[in-house]
Write a protein that binds this ligand. Structure first.
Ligand SMILES: C[S@@+](CC[C@H](N)C(=O)[O-])C[C@H]1O[C@@H](n2cnc3c(N)ncnc32)[C@H](O)[C@@H]1O
Length: 404
């Protein structure tokens, strides 16, 4: 099995790196529990900014999220309407409750509410939130787990603001806890357990990712449910990750491949003038600098890419910022290795995002554990073959995209 050099090294060391305000990569943490506690405080600190800059922000990220949601809609329709099953959707690392909001509204029969209520108005205004008669009758509950209390508080506020307070703790559930401790779900309703939007990439490095693969399998195995991990690919780091993280530096912190670090601390806000979209090879980023009272400090501040740091980030898919935020874009080979080690190749689907949606999911890959083979007819419609393959064995575009 071949891995990118950075992975082999990181995996051996079982640790991740940091960057200090002098711009040095330092402070490796080797222990999963210590890393977990550290990451929890990082996510608590960035919850609100993450929501506005990322979940509701960067157009390439929202495109990926919309792809995930459309795919999930179709899988739910297939399982509920076409296969006659009732479903329990469980969102691991649910963050601010993106799926709770979507499926809370999609399951809400508007005839049971005042048409002027907030929930009904949202259903009318947004096609994504419209009542779905193909999903609603069979979607029995939506639950989620996240280690960040701030994220969960934000999620609950969001649902209340959307007029769904009465569904909270009745059909929509949140739990604060670890993604690694999932217990087996009963077989009725059928569990569909998901980890979306590259949450695997922020789950405490390689050791955390292995634990996630194990936990996802454990949660659906006995029930014959479906587990879905959706993440970014290392292979797409150059064309997608650089511009993406540069554009959201007010939420995640200044990427460590940009200099100077004059305003890289939490004493300042650096707001980019515009989002950098995928395939933007520009070496500079122009930001407005503000203090924490929103007073302008420096307009038109220019940040420049450092070629060596950029090259290392592209090679390893390891994103580091001055806010101690870290993310990993794992290679397709790494996903494949985890499927082989922790799941079962014959019971799994490993799909390049571009094979499903080249415009919105090109930087993504999906690992799906499906021990009861429930999704075979569904993926057959889309021309997707079960199992994992060597790179280059794909007939479609994914081989090319995964190799970049
Ligand atoms: C990229 S956000 C994704 C949020 C959500 N899944 C979405 O798609 O909108 C990642 C989330 O993972 C959570 N997280 C990271 N490591 C975790 C762990 N070990 N257990 C539980 N949650 C974790 C963070 O708190 C954060 O909310």
């Amino acid at each position: 099995m071949m891995f990118a050099a950075g992975f082999a090294q990181d995996q051996k060391r079982g640790r991740v790196g940091r960057v200090n305000l002098a711009g040095e990569r330092t402070g490796d943490v080797t222990d999963l529990q210590t890393q977990y506690e550290h990451d929890k405080s990082v996510w608590d600190a960035c919850a609100q900014a993450y929501e506005s800059a990322i979940v509701l922000g960067h157009p390439d990220v929202t495109a990926y999220e919309h792809f995930e949601e459309d795919l999930l809609d179709r899988i739910l329709v297939y399982l509920i309407r076409d296969s006659g099953r009732c479903v329990h959707l469980h969102d691991v690392a649910c963050g601010s409750g993106r799926l709770h909001l979507r499926y809370g509204l999609k399951s809400l029969d508007p005839s049971s509410r005042d048409p002027e209520s907030v929930a009904c108005r949202l259903q009318t205004m947004h096609a994504n939130f419209q009542y779905s008669p193909s999903i609603a009758p069979g979607l029995k509950r939506v639950s989620g787990i996240d280690f960040s209390g701030e994220m969960l508080a934000l999620a609950r506020r969001k649902l209340k603001g959307a007029g769904l307070a009465d569904l909270l703790d009745a059909r929509l559930f949140f739990e604060q806890g670890s993604a690694f401790d999932l217990a087996p779900f009963p077989d009725e309703p059928l569990p569909v357990v998901v980890t979306l939007c590259n949450s695997i990439g922020v789950m405490q490095g390689l050791e955390g990712a292995c634990k996630l693969f194990q936990a996802m399998r454990r949660s659906v195995e006995a029930a014959g449910g479906v587990a879905i991990i959706s993440g970014y690919c290392n292979e797409a780091a150059r064309d997608f990750a650089l511009g993406n993280y540069e554009s959201v530096l007010d939420a995640c912190g200044q990427p460590d491949w940009l200099e100077p670090a004059t305003f890289a601390s939490r004493d300042y806000q650096q707001r980019p003038h515009a989002y950098k979209r995928a395939y933007d090879g520009g070496d500079t980023l122009v930001v407005g600098v503000y203090d924490n009272n929103n007073a302008p400090v420096k307009p038109g501040h220019v940040l420049r890419r450092m070629p060596e740091r950029v090259a290392e980030t592209i090679a390893t898919g390891h994103i580091r910022t001055y806010y101690e935020y870290e993310s990993h874009w794992y290679s397709s080979e790494q996903f494949r290795a985890w499927i082989s080690e922790w799941w079962d190749e014959k019971a799994s689907w490993h799909i390049a995002g571009s094979d499903l949606d080249a415009l919105r999911a090109a930087p993504a890959q999906l690992a799906i554990y499906d021990p009861a083979d429930r999704l075979r007819p569904f993926f057959k419609r889309l021309g997707i073959v079960k199992g994992v393959r060597e790179l280059g064995e794909y007939a479609g575009q994914s081989g090319a995209l995964w190799q970049y």
